[in-house]
Design a protein around this ligand. Structure first.
Ligand code: ZN
Length: 427
């Protein structure tokens, strides 16, 4: 297929080139040519002359089925919020999680997300929903020591290992080894998840250094800050995604940098749960630490619109640093695509619009008030971060397949999903 006359192509290549009035030729799900006036040889033609194309958006941390609890738990801090959520989650069935994942995907796809790294329970149902939707799925069976879906922490760990093994064979999603956090997992569970991630060579991740309370508890219990404690267990390396890291210390930043670990930034959720401190993004970027963007779950955000998170991240850090040039637009934008690909260790496949990469795109219509005017006094990256939102997305494409085309869902049945969620959540 040819995406014809794309008004703008934000490539996110190493020079951050933005092309105008250019075609993209896609074959077998890959980008094979980017040039003006590509000759047609019986390919399908799609007119993009009034749209911008960007790399598909990458959400590196979500809990998609928590769409089911949207609005259930506002105005609570993390630890009270978590108690309430754990009680609600104990009632979930496979059917809830399947439809909750689909609801999350419906929203994410509508807002231009092509890749989701999801963190939750009932992994087979989530994997099935992801397969049916056509997105790139990275997911786990989250492990913690609290009573709930499993009789013992060992059962939870073993189930997580089984899922990883199965998905490495099935190959339609990419499995991850996740320990929930050091406040819900004991040392043994954390150690086991590290062993599993090494055994199968998959990414590992954990919520960490979210609140001051977590850091104090870690110092009391382990005589180390959370990331120091994880480092002692050999947890921190290039396969590690550290979610949040708001209370990270300078010493912990050095550990992250030395071991090439990655950080997932969830600005809206962090502000809504009142973590009391923004992650030191400027320091992280100056140290060349990979920071990727994420929404977190829809019970602490409460949507899955990464455009909102880009804007909030920019505002959060400029405000906290008391410095309007503390973070640059391009740095914020990078977190939603190329840095996300690096965090998931798939930058050879996704994260930019370049020949040889997967044809994963997010497109937006430019004939809109929020993109006007566009001239030498402003720029399109600024409009995307500060003026546009997920509602301006017109098309979402993964491996050359339209999942959302001119604002119509192509792989998911919106009415069926909403009807089923309403039915399941009516009490
Ligand atoms: Zn989370």
């Amino acid at each position: 297929m040819i995406l014809k006359n794309c008004k703008y192509i934000i490539t996110q290549d190493k020079d951050r080139k933005i092309l105008q009035d250019t075609d993209i030729l896609v074959k077998d799900g890959k980008i094979v040519k980017i040039a003006k006036n590509i000759e047609q040889n019986n390919e399908e033609i799609h007119d993009f002359s009034s749209k911008l194309i960007m790399p598909g958006m990458i959400n590196t941390h979500a809990h998609l089925p928590m769409t089911l609890f949207r609005g259930y738990s506002d105005d609570l801090g993390l630890h009270d919020w978590l108690q309430k959520m754990l009680a609600m989650e104990a009632k979930l069935t496979k059917e809830h999680v399947y439809w909750g994942t689909k609801l999350g995907l419906l929203e994410g796809i509508q807002f231009g997300t092509t890749t989701f790294a999801d963190f939750y329970y009932f992994p087979y149902e989530r994997a099935q929903a992801m397969k049916e939707s056509g997105v790139n799925g990275f997911l786990d069976s989250t492990v913690h020591d609290m009573p709930g879906f499993f009789k013992t922490p060992t059962d939870a760990v073993n189930f997580s290992e089984k899922f990883i093994k199965d998905m490495l064979e099935e190959k339609y999603v990419t499995p991850i080894a996740s320990a929930h956090s050091i406040y819900l997992c004991g040392k043994e569970t954390i150690k086991r998840m590290k062993e599993i991630s090494d055994k199968y060579n998959v990414l590992r991740r954990i919520h960490v250094s979210e609140t001051e309370r977590e850091v104090k508890k870690s110092l009391d219990q382990y005589k180390a800050t959370p990331i120091e404690f994880l480092d002692e267990l050999g947890w921190i390396d290039e396969k590690t995604m550290l979610v949040h890291a708001n209370w990270i210390t300078n010493q912990e930043l050095r550990i992250v940098k030395k071991n090439n670990a990655k950080i997932n930034h969830n600005p809206i959720s962090n502000m809504k749960l009142a973590y009391g401190r923004a992650m030191p993004l400027r320091k992280m970027l100056d140290m060349d630490i990979i920071v990727s963007l994420a929404t977190d779950g829809p019970t602490s955000n409460n949507n899955l619109d990464l455009f909102d998170d880009m804007k909030t991240s920019a505002l959060m850090h400029k405000f906290e640093m008391n410095n309007p040039i503390g973070v640059k637009d391009q740095e914020i934008y990078d977190m939603a695509n190329i840095q996300g690909a690096k965090a998931l260790m798939v930058e050879d496949e996704i994260g930019s619009v370049e020949v040889g990469k997967n044809a994963d795109f997010t497109a937006m219509g430019l004939n809109e008030a929020v993109f006007t005017p566009l001239n030498k006094h402003n720029n399109i990256i600024s409009h995307i971060i500060y003026a546009a939102s997920g509602s301006n997305v017109t098309d979402t494409i993964v491996k050359g397949k339209f999942l959302y085309k001119n604002k119509e869902f192509m792989t998911l049945n919106k009415d069926e999903i909403i009807k089923n969620v309403q039915r399941l959540m009516k009490v």
